[in-house]
Design a protein around this ligand. Sequence first.
Ligand SMILES: [Zn+2]
Length: 223
Amino acid sequence: MINLGKYLFIEECRQCHQFIHEKDEHKAKTLCHICFKQLNQSVPKISHIMLDTERVLPVLSRLPYEGLTKKLIYNCKYDNDRLLIYDFALLMQTAWAELEKLIDTANLFLMPIPLHWSRQFKRGFNQSELLAYAIANFTNKPILKSLKRTRATKAQHTLNAKERFANTYQAFSADKSQTKGKNIVLIDDIFTSGATLISASSTLLEAHANSVIAFTLSRALFK
Ligand SMILES: [Zn+2]
C-alpha cells in the first residue's frame, strides 16, 4: 500500500503507525492521541539525591524509562528522529507546576546538560539542549549555558554504578560570572544513577548558583 502520509506530510504515530489527526486539541506531533495519552497518564516522580552530607538535589522525572519511552528516546538519539523532542517537551511541560513547587521561580533558568563537543559532533545534536529549548518555548523561561564539559566521558550506559560516578567526577566547569545567584533547572533525558546530575549540580553550586533542581524526561527504574 502506498504510504500517503509521506506524500502529504502527515506524521505517522511512532508507536501504532496511525496517521496523526488533530483531535481534542491534540498537540503532539509524533504520537497519536491514544499513544500520547498512554504516556501522559504516568505520574511524575520526585527523588532527592544527596550531593554531600548537607546538600540535596531534587530530581523531577516525567516518565519511567521503560517500554515506549525507552524506544522513543533511542529513536531520537540514535535514529535521529528529532521531532520526538517536541512531544517529550510537551509531556515535561505537564509537570511544570510540580517543578515550581520545588524551586524559587524568580531568576529561574533552564540549563541543558552539555555533551562534550566530540560527542555532539558525532551525534549532530544534543538531545538535552533541544529539550531545554522546547521547554523554554512552553514556559517562557530563559536558557542558560554556563556549564561546560571539561573532558570527554565514556557513555554512561556502558558502566556500572561505581564507574559512572568516577566517569563524571569533575567532568564539568561553570562560568561563575554567569551562574552566580541564579536558580537553575538542569535538563536531561535520562536519570539513572544520578552521577551526571550530581557532578553537574555540584559544579553549579560551587560556581555560586543560588539553587539547582534537575528535571529529566525519564527515570530508570531501580532494581
Ligand atoms: Zn499511536
